[in-house]
Ligand binder design. Structure first.
Ligand SMILES: [Zn+2]
Length: 183
């Protein structure tokens, strides 16, 4: 009898340890919904003003991963990006890892999602326009990429290349916007 009880309690202990070990794997991300207009009305209005048209502000599902490894394993994204968006939503690294960068990344990706839902513009123009409005690349000393039209951001080999791409997009968009302002 005593051995049986001991054995049962060992099994119980094993199950508890197993459950506690598995919980982080099962609940490795958190889903929330956002829309750009509610998140930042000023940024939403600036997008409308620059594009000179009224926009919808669609709800987007945002998946926030608990750890860098979850983010990489679940999405297939490289470790050096903070987040990305596609037609299914926004996929972003944990706010505890990104710190102050979390809100900036979320805003950036919300702008991508909202622009895609409203206008049909080239990928490089979308990126440049977002960076123009957020001014997130101010002070960067990386050389802007020249041929942004033929670059595929998802194939970037490192963060330096991505920043160079964004700076190239920004440069091109600012040239176009200045040209239009001068008309
Ligand atoms: Zn972007």
């Amino acid at each position: 009898m005593t051995e049986d009880v001991l054995c049962q309690s060992k099994i119980k202990l094993f199950l508890i340890v197993l459950t506690v070990t598995l919980i982080p794997t099962v609940f490795s991300f958190e889903k929330s919904t956002y829309d750009l207009k509610s998140y930042s009305e000023s940024v939403f209005k600036r997008l409308e003003t620059v594009m000179n048209q009224k926009f919808d502000s669609p709800l987007v599902t945002c998946v926030e991963y608990d750890s860098l490894s979850e983010f990489i394993n679940e999405t297939g994204a490289p470790f050096f990006i903070k987040g990305f968006s596609n037609e299914n939503g926004i996929f972003i690294q944990s706010r505890s890892l990104l710190g102050a960068q979390f809100e900036k990344t979320l805003l950036h990706e919300l702008m991508h999602f909202t622009l895609k839902a409203n206008v049909n513009i080239p990928r490089w123009f979308e990126e440049g326009l977002i960076c123009h409005i957020t001014d997130e690349l101010a002070g960067s000393r990386i050389a802007p990429m020249e041929d942004v039209e033929s670059f595929v951001p998802s194939e970037a080999g490192n963060n330096w290349e991505l920043t160079s791409y964004s700076l190239g997009c920004l440069k091109k968009v600012r040239e176009i916007l200045e040209l239009e302002e001068g008309l």
